[in-house]
Design a protein around this ligand. Sequence first.
Ligand SMILES: N[C@H](CCC[C@H](N)C(=O)O)C(=O)O
Length: 269
Amino acid sequence: MKLWKMNGAGNAFAIFDARSTAFTPTTEQIRKIAADLKADQVIAMERDATKDVFMRIWNSDGSEVSACGNATRCVGLLMLDETGKDRVTIQTEADMLRATRAGEGLITVDMGSPQMGWEDIPLSEKMDVRGVDVKIGPIDAPILSRPAVVSMGNPHAVFFVKDVAAYDIPAIGPLVEWHPLFPKGTNVGFAQVIDRETIRLRVWERAAGLTRACGTGACAALVCAARAGLTGRKARMILDGGDLTIDWRESDDHVYMTGPVELEFEAEI
Ligand SMILES: N[C@H](CCC[C@H](N)C(=O)O)C(=O)O
């Protein structure tokens, strides 16, 4: 079976090609692959009846999830190269996504529409998704805003802060990640609006910890910022591992994510 180690803006993946075998890794195998290859997520490419590929996603702790923006770009590049097509369709548990080339080693993925109902996130009770009441602390950092929440096929809570560097994210992230308000847990973004077209973002990922970039987290932060009038509908997201451009198009309400993809190595396992 073919295996690729790839990253999207530093978000690291072990991707294996399970299209010719019915191989489904055990939780232990996921954890071992993620640890050995230093991957944030493990991805399986499976055959799909009508789309170019079906993509399964596991966090490094072995939990299976239904969306991973940066990995969608990596699988998109593999499928664009393999098929020679200009656009490929990638089916996940949550949605059907499309990937296209965007020049100079960049890939654009149509991540579909954001989901904003409290039940979509999901939250454990009805609350205003523009700012939910998570009582954490006291924390030895500036007071945190009430996070905005949104789903990109996975849950995101986004704090808008004056200075991302002022927060000990590995200490604060887990307090929100498994807060009772989020029955399925949540990814936790810390977003600093630089100007109306630029956001500095760091994300504590659900079941994966602090990663160098989070694609759905970048989509979530842009959507929440635009919804709150802090930015326009398109911005450059500056993450630890690189930049992503997020464009929440008015025409179709879809969120388009453009960013780099790097193939680190490929192997047979
Ligand atoms: N940790 C996320 C999945 C990976 C998302 C991230 N790597 C991305 O690029 O979107 C979750 O549990 O929902």
